[in-house]
Design a protein around this ligand. Structure first.
Ligand SMILES: [Zn+2]
Ligand SMILES: [Zn+2]
Ligand SMILES: [Zn+2]
Length: 318
């Protein structure tokens, strides 16, 4: 359950990354601005605040995308939607590369923290707090938004950044499938554990329209997390089945050195049937189509089939 390019407006392209705005963001604008309409003396400041929130989320997502590219992964799309932003990153399937691609997002907020703190101190020292109360209030709000985004993203609840960081760290110890199992279960328990906290807060607060909107937002977010934990759990099961498959010992991926599985797992782009491309040396047994290169199912890198022969094929005994 993630926003897609369909139903999104293309905003701009920067450093090879295209930024899209999902249509549902539009619904959220009046809610977000309306919620804070009385904070400033002019509505212009609400718009400025909203644009600043937009900018902070965008910088966070660019952190993910640029870090992913740095370690050789693919990242060319960012979609902004009401739950924040989604950077479509496909880092190489190694724990270190994944960890850096995920950690670079919250790192942007961490770097912004002293920058914004410095700005507040500076405007305070220059006496701008009194001269321009709206600007001063705006800076304080931005400081808080950045801190809340940082803390929220670091919650160890999959698929939030914190949960994915936890998963990458566990990956070093437990492996790719088991780490995803553990992280999605912790994420699941995390959401269940937060329900009494939210209910307790609801009980203590007078229910104005703002807090109702707040709880709707929390409910949507909780649902999103649970759904993604469930998908993570399913993916972990598929990964663990994949890891247990027998392998073609005579071949190795030029990128990650993993031997390809000895199973009909390759999808023929011509006839959509599955086959074992290494058993038939690049030919689909169903339609006869020839393939000169193939994608590694372990790391996702596509290489020419000829380069896969890492070890000499077993010679017949004399
Ligand atoms: Zn993030
Ligand atoms: Zn590979
Ligand atoms: Zn085929």
């Amino acid at each position: 359950m993630l926003p897609t390019k369909q139903g999104s407006i293309r905003l701009f392209r920067l450093a090879g990354i295209t930024v899209f705005l999902h249509w549902s963001w539009i619904l959220f604008v009046p809610v977000r601005i309306g919620m804070r309409a009385y904070q400033y003396t002019s509505l212009t400041w609400n718009v400025v605040e909203y644009l600043a929130l937009f900018l902070i989320v965008l910088m966070h997502e660019f952190g993910h995308s640029l870090a992913c590219r740095q370690v050789g992964g693919q990242a060319d799309q960012i979609i902004l939607w009401p739950l924040g932003g989604v950077a479509y990153v496909a880092p190489p399937q190694r724990p270190g590369a994944t960890l850096w691609s995920i950690a670079a997002g919250p790192l942007v907020n961490l770097i912004l923290l002293p920058v914004l703190t410095g700005l507040i101190f500076l405007t305070d020292a220059l006496g701008l707090q009194q001269a321009m109360p709206n600007a001063a209030k705006f800076l304080n709000v931005i400081w808080t938004i950045n801190l809340v985004l940082l803390i929220f993203n670091l919650l160890p609840i999959y698929p939030l950044d914190g949960g994915q960081i936890l998963r990458s760290l566990l990956w070093f110890v437990l492996g790719r499938a088991q780490s995803l199992f553990v992280a999605s279960i912790i994420g699941f328990l995390g959401v269940i554990g937060l329900i009494p906290v939210v209910l307790w807060n609801m009980h203590g607060e007078a229910s104005g329209s703002n807090s109702v909107q707040g709880y709707i937002w929390i409910a949507v977010l909780g649902f999103f997390v649970l759904l993604n934990c469930w998908r993570g759990f399913q993916e972990a099961r598929a990964l663990s089945r994949f890891e247990k498959l027998p392998r073609h010992a005579e071949y190795a991926c030029p990128a990650c050195k993993a031997a390809p599985p000895l199973a009909p797992m390759w999808l023929c782009g011509n006839c959509r049937n599955r086959c074992d491309i290494f058993q038939t040396l690049g030919q689909c047994p169903h339609c006869g189509a020839h393939f000169t290169s193939t994608r590694c199912l372990d790391c996702g890198v596509t290489s020419p089939i000829g380069e896969w022969i890492g070890r000499a094929p077993p010679m017949p005994q004399r």
